[in-house]
Design a protein around this ligand. Sequence first.
Ligand SMILES: NC(=O)c1ccc[n+]([C@@H]2O[C@H](COP(=O)([O-])OP(=O)(O)OC[C@H]3O[C@@H](n4cnc5c(N)ncnc54)[C@H](OP(=O)(O)O)[C@@H]3O)[C@@H](O)[C@H]2O)c1
Length: 408
Amino acid sequence: MASLARSASQAVRAASRRAPHVLATVKPAQTASFSVLARASAVKAAQRSTPQGTRGVKTLDFAGTKEVVYERSDWPLAKLQDYFKNDTLALIGYGSQGHGQGLNARDNGLNVIVGVRKGGESWKQAIEDGWVPGETLFPIEEAIQKGTIIMNLLSDAAQSQTWPTIAPLITKGKTLYFSHGFSVVFKDDTHVVPPSDVDVILVAPKGSGRTVRTLFKEGRGINSSIAVWQDVSGKAKEKAIALGVAVGSGYLYETTFEKEVYSDLYGERGVLMGGIQGLFLAQYQVLRKNGHSPSEAFNETVEEATQSLYPLIGEKGMDYMFNACSTTARRGALDWAPIFEKANVPIFEQLYESVRNGTETRKSLEFNGRSTYREDLNKELEVINNQEIWRAGKVVRSLRPDYKPDSE
Ligand SMILES: NC(=O)c1ccc[n+]([C@@H]2O[C@H](COP(=O)([O-])OP(=O)(O)OC[C@H]3O[C@@H](n4cnc5c(N)ncnc54)[C@H](OP(=O)(O)O)[C@@H]3O)[C@@H](O)[C@H]2O)c1
């Protein structure tokens, strides 16, 4: 996910520069529980930010399709704090998203509490981040009882496993919040069926929780999707937008729970992670079979891609990258791109169907629901780590001018 985080950060950089957020001072009542670092960062970000970003543009033309985009500048901090003045945001789970979203909402001066398993890894992490047992940190059930907005940020498998305990505590008038459409869309497999008398909304940051936090501390904001599953109060969408801003988003794109989960599962299995590993490996293997050395095969496959060409795509698009390369490279790439497209469309169709019909969800629930899921995952990741391509990569990286020996 680190590369995902980086690309998300690059993607939002330009947009964030145009609309910096103004962080107001933090409520005095909440400063006591802040870690020194978080408070210093928030203040720093506030100092760096300038009071611009009030463009108010709502509808943007995305290559011929008009879409509504909501922006942080519509929610100055005073308005945000006033909107949630009677609410307690109960953040359930403190993994990557819990950490990023929780600290951002807290720095925004909202009333946030965390609910995690007592004594678990997340409990310890939350204490390190300044959440105080009995004040702002509680066991899951207690936090849900205290909260008015229940932000379910447990792992997707845990959301399903804990639902029978959690569901009766989500009483009329509360709001149920997710950062992925997974649990409610695939309800036949997860058995997560929200009560009919609560708003059910989604804010899904397009990147790791670490990036959600980093961009916020820099006075910028991540792109997020928002959606409404159930609108009981008539204010569900507005609440989703406000919460999106509260947890550190800069721009919010409207979608549905279904579209969010389908595109997310599809993308990570495709070019974001699974597809890219498969393509890198295939290219590397053929080079090696034809007598090329590991360093040559790695440089021509991964190093040039990640260090030189892909950043150019991120900066100004594919045509820009093509144009930055030699005429020889350009001619060949133009000829071979449609061949790769044709070969890959059937695979992507198969993948989309596997996502849509729930096959991917069932596999994920089975694997991530095992008590041994961490060990099982590590075994598979170790296989990748031991592939020649990635072992060769370690040596290539060690020759980079900015290489730090303890970073591997
Ligand atoms: N990570 C991302 O990049 C990302 C991006 C966008 C959206 N999302 C979505 O955000 C949500 C949270 O994801 P995440 O990556 O932040 O979380 P995660 O790392 O997958 O989940 C971690 C949390 O789940 C808890 N947990 C795991 N098993 C549990 C169980 N059986 N009972 C109680 N708690 C349990 C952990 O507590 P312990 O420490 O006690 O085990 C921890 O607090 C998910 O819906 C995910 O799809 C994630």
